[in-house]
Design a protein around this ligand. Structure first.
Ligand SMILES: *[C@@H]1O[C@H](CO)[C@@H](O)[C@H](O)[C@H]1NC(C)=O
Ligand SMILES: *[C@@H]1O[C@H](CO)[C@@H](O)[C@H](O)[C@H]1NC(C)=O
Ligand SMILES: *[C@@H]1O[C@H](CO)[C@@H](O)[C@H](O)[C@H]1NC(C)=O
Ligand SMILES: *[C@@H]1O[C@H](CO)[C@@H](O)[C@H](O)[C@H]1NC(C)=O
Length: 562
């Protein structure tokens, strides 16, 4: 393994600064000029029959979508004979659907227990494992396999504690940790395979970080698996590093500056920035890359209380970055161009972060947000931060407000699906912000029709990837290949709800310098799979080849200890 891409990438910002100094005005014009493409929106379906509160992408390219089961009819019925029998009546409406982005076909699914404000993750075999919810659904674990005509299966006693507004993360051993939930200051593991999974573990941090019992501002905690295998947990305005095996908090991080709450109902969003699997990025030259978290948006702590009496205060503009593996971590703060609560943060295959959906005033909850934010914003984490340069780019607005109970999800072709929004108690099509059953796609700027897109034509040795294994990627590209502008990324599909993309993870693979030309005129790069399961927990990922900041379509790979 000779040279890594990190070198050329690290040089880029300097070149950018230089250009800015010599020709500030022309760059400025370029950025605002007519030829710059700021993305576009497309309505895929006016109604998919349910409001997309929760979304997950499966390895068969289908998106599973659901909201809740406890509020009467949806706008899509179950096939004949599939009605769900209840005590007094029967419910013949579907509350979950499977959507095929390629054909736009919607298939109604049968979900039995209430999934309202639940959590989930894609397990290592590609099954969506989904947990908790409301009332009779609060301890249920549900499974949805990626196969033709499959439907939900449910384990009524899959959890030991009721978990409503909890968060999930896949761990290096393939298990899923489920953290918190309303009035639950504990965590547990699913599935219940060993005796250590048969108990709940106390976590007082979840109690200590509540703003108040009624307005906790710390539900749906943000979880990120650090590169050392421990779990970063952020709730309200601060984070810890948890050794979940020994039930020990091993680090407490500084409070994020700004007096802003970032978790439900003050809902901000959080991502683990791209993990760069080459040593040059790491100050201390170890083989484990640093892990850096970015948290954006939220509200002043009392915003929900005020919204409940009709005072809608502006949401926060603040973003904070924290290197959670640093010896003395310190928040680096910056401001988004637009205030936002309930924004979704989606890692794009290029390593940029799309901030999309949400409102500029109020909080999450029923009827308590105002001023929908229609413009997505793109955040470029590698652009140097100074008062002359912004890392943020404001993109083309949607026409449809996406407030409480909306979602967004990256799909394989590089588009971002956007759906949901239902800040109403029921389906209500005459409310101030009506229940949204529509599904849109946002085309990020890299899908500009004038830009040549690389295309992966073969992944050797195929779908299965062992840790550290060499990956040969063959691709085509119209036009010249610029070696310095190539990299390979690997994205874990998320389970997205309430502005959190659970288990979202993007790795930038190390690869050998030198793009080879194949006899057939294609190109070949050789990369290396991540070294450990702490870097990439076992399971399905999408591999993207990125050239000149334009990603190919993603191709599925499966990593585990083969
Ligand atoms: C959903 O169904 C209701 C009742 O039939 C109807 O009034 C409403 O227009 C439908 N909404 C959409 C978006 O299809
Ligand atoms: C950093 O790592 C590289 C590659 O392993 C090694 O050649 C180099 O000597 C290391 N540098 C320091 C300062 O430890
Ligand atoms: C690298 O190690 C030194 C000495 O242990 C420490 O002071 C420094 O903060 C470390 N840097 C990072 C990014 O961890
Ligand atoms: C819909 O929302 C409006 C405004 O909040 C309310 O007046 C109305 O009763 C709601 N309708 C239903 C069917 O819940």
């Amino acid at each position: 393994m000779a040279h890594y891409f990190a070198m050329s990438k690290a040089m880029k910002p300097k070149i950018f600064v230089f250009l800015l100094l010599v020709s500030c005005s022309s760059l400025f014009n370029l950025a605002l000029g007519a030829q710059s493409y700021q993305g576009k929106w497309k309505l895929l379906k006016r109604s998919i029959g349910v409001s997309a509160m929760h979304m997950a992408l499966l390895p068969n390219e289908r998106i599973v979508i659901f909201d809740r089961t406890d509020f009467g009819p949806s706008n899509i019925t179950l096939p004949q004979g599939k009605c769900i029998k209840e005590l007094q009546s029967s419910d013949c409406y579907a509350h979950s659907v499977e959507f095929n982005p390629a054909t736009r076909v919607v298939r109604p699914l049968t979900i039995l227990s209430d999934t309202w404000c639940s959590s989930g993750a894609l397990s290592q075999d590609g099954t969506l494992v989904q947990s908790g919810g409301y009332r009779l659904g609060e301890k249920v674990v549900r499974f949805f396999k990626p196969c033709m005509d499959c439907d939900w299966e449910e384990d009524q006693n899959g959890l030991l504690s009721p978990r409503w507004y909890a968060s999930n993360q896949v761990l290096p051993d393939g298990k899923i940790i489920v953290v918190g939930g309303r009035y639950q200051f504990t965590y547990e593991f699913i599935p219940k395979a060993s005796s250590s999974d048969q108990r709940v573990y106390q976590l007082s941090f979840l109690k200590e970080t509540r703003y108040s019992p009624l307005v906790p501002n710390n539900l749906y905690p943000f979880l990120h698996l650090s590169t050392d295998g421990n779990l970063f947990i952020f709730a309200n305005d601060r984070g810890i590093l948890l050794d979940y095996v020994n039930n020990k908090v091993i680090r407490s991080y500084p409070v994020m500056p700004g007096s802003v709450s970032h978790n439900y109902p003050s809902t901000g969003s959080s991502v683990l920035l791209p993990l760069k699997l080459f040593s040059t990025d790491n100050d201390n030259n170890t083989s484990t890359p640093d892990a850096e978290v970015l948290i954006c948006g939220g509200t002043p702590p009392d915003s929900n209380e005020k919204a409940n009496v009709g005072i809608f205060v502006p949401a926060s503009k603040s973003c904070g970055r924290l290197i959670i593996t640093a010896a003395s971590p310190k928040w680096e703060m910056e401001e988004m161009p637009i205030s936002r609560v309930m924004g979704d943060m989606i890692m794009l295959p290029t390593g940029d972060v799309l901030i999309i959906n949400g409102a500029a005033k109020g909080t999450a909850g029923w009827g308590v947000a105002r001023d929908p934010v229609l413009n997505p914003v793109l955040y470029h984490p590698d652009t140097p931060n100074s008062d002359k340069i912004t890392r943020f780019e404001v993109l083309t607005p949607s026409m449809i407000p996406r407030l409480y109970h909306s979602t967004a999800h990256l799909i394989s072709d590089g588009r971002v699906l956007v759906g949901g929004s239902n800040p109403n108690m029921n389906y209500n099509f005459s409310a101030l912000y009506p229940t949204e059953l529509s599904l849109e796609a946002f085309y990020p700027p890299y899908l500009s029709p004038t830009k040549p897109r690389p295309s992966i034509i073969a992944v050797k040795p195929g779908l299965k990837l062992g840790y550290k294994q060499k990956v040969s990627l063959e691709f085509t590209l119209k036009g010249n290949v610029n070696q310095a502008d190539i990299f390979v990324t690997m994205v874990a599909p998320s389970f997205t709800t309430h502005s959190i993309a659970m288990n979202q993870r993007l790795l930038v693979l190390a690869f050998n310098d030198g793009v080879k030309k194949t006899p057939s005129g294609n190109y070949l790069v050789e990369g290396y799979a991540p070294e450990t399961a702490a870097l990439a927990p076992p399971g399905y990922y999408q591999l993207f080849l990125v050239h000149d900041a334009i990603p190919s379509r993603g191709t599925w790979v499966h990593i585990k200890e083969y």
